[in-house]
Design a binder for this molecule. Structure first.
Ligand code: NAD
Length: 276
């Protein structure tokens, strides 16, 4: 079965639209972008489309690449204090003279839409309420939407980054799965993947997961986004296994659209004051 990420994203948007239809105001997000970067611009256009499709507020603040770190932090603090703003995004990468860490630390945890603030990371680690990073949240949401019970499942996550692999492994564990994280130094990767009920790949290498590493029973979730000859592809050798494995996400049209849509869930939680 091919997992239809676009359909799941549409369902999330529908729920998001309904849940704020009778509120005193709409949830509002603010994004900062510094200088010009085509892929950042494309990403933010997608975010804008998603927010506007459910009538949520969105303001893009464009700043010159030469802005000082102090000035940028001051502008973020202003939005932290603005009671009409529920969520803040600062588009990375930032120019070299600005510390990403300091920027992330300056966004108030209760407005941190990406869930990258160390307070939110700590809350995730402890299983407390907090903002979850969008990509891991999207993967968990896909399982929920498809009624895939994670309890007792053996799940292999390939990739240990702070934004995908690590937080995802913690979230899977909190859903009672047995989790193994594999990475660039893992020996005999296919030894793990062939035993797994679910394999999640977040490596950033096209065709990384091949058919000999999976079985007919595997559920394969491809987080990768790579550009090859002007086309977007994932980390999985999709064509060779799409008719073989039990379930698989395509790229594009799998995890990506759900990642965009779950940003709405984070924004709603901030709006409602669930995350403090
Ligand atoms: P990253 O570069 O920070 O991490 C890559 C991980 O892959 C590392 O932990 C590394 O140990 C592991 N790795 C590298 N080579 C390996 C190998 N030979 N064997 C096993 N593991 C290996 O990347 P990231 O930020 O986690 O992103 C991973 C991929 O996911 C990229 O393609 C990125 O574009 C994509 N991504 C997608 C979304 C989405 O919404 N779909 C969001 C974020 C990232």
């Amino acid at each position: 079965m091919i997992i239809d990420g676009k359909a799941i994203a549409e369902r999330i948007k529908g729920k998001a639209k309904n849940c704020c239809s009778d509120c005193y105001r709409k949830p509002n997000a603010v994004a900062f972008i510094l200088g010009e970067n085509p892929s950042s611009e494309a990403y933010l256009r997608m975010i804008e489309r998603t927010l506007k499709s459910v009538d949520f507020g969105y303001t893009l603040i464009r700043l010159p690449e030469t802005i000082s770190e102090e000035e940028l932090l001051q502008k973020i603090v202003e939005k932290n204090l603005d009671t009409e703003v529920d969520g803040i995004l600062v588009q990375m990468p930032l120019p070299e003279h600005i510390s990403e860490e300091r920027v992330i630390m300056t966004i108030a945890p209760e407005k941190d839409l990406d869930g990258f603030h160390p307070i939110n990371a700590g809350r995730l680690f402890k299983g407390e309420k907090g903002t979850r990073p969008c990509t891991p949240l999207a993967v968990i949401t896909i399982f929920k939407e498809l009624d895939i019970d994670l309890e007792g499942k053996y799940i292999v996550v390939i990739g240990r980054s702070n934004i995908v692999g690590k937080p995802l492994a913690v979230m899977l564990m909190q859903n009672n799965a047995t989790v193994t994280i594999c990475h660039s130094k893992t020996v005999d990767l296919e030894e793990h993947t062939r035993k797994a009920d679910i394999i999640i790949v977040a490596v950033g290498i096209p065709n990384f997961l091949t058919r000999d590493m999976v079985t007919e029973k595997s559920i394969v979730i491809d987080v990768g986004i790579n550009e090859v000859d002007g086309k977007i592809v994932g980390d999985v050798d999709y064509d060779s296994m799409k008719d073989y494995v039990h379930m698989i996400t395509p790229v594009p049209g799998g995890v990506g659209p759900v990642t965009n849509a779950v940003l709405l869930l984070n924004l709603i939680e901030h709006f409602r004051g669930v995350v403090r």
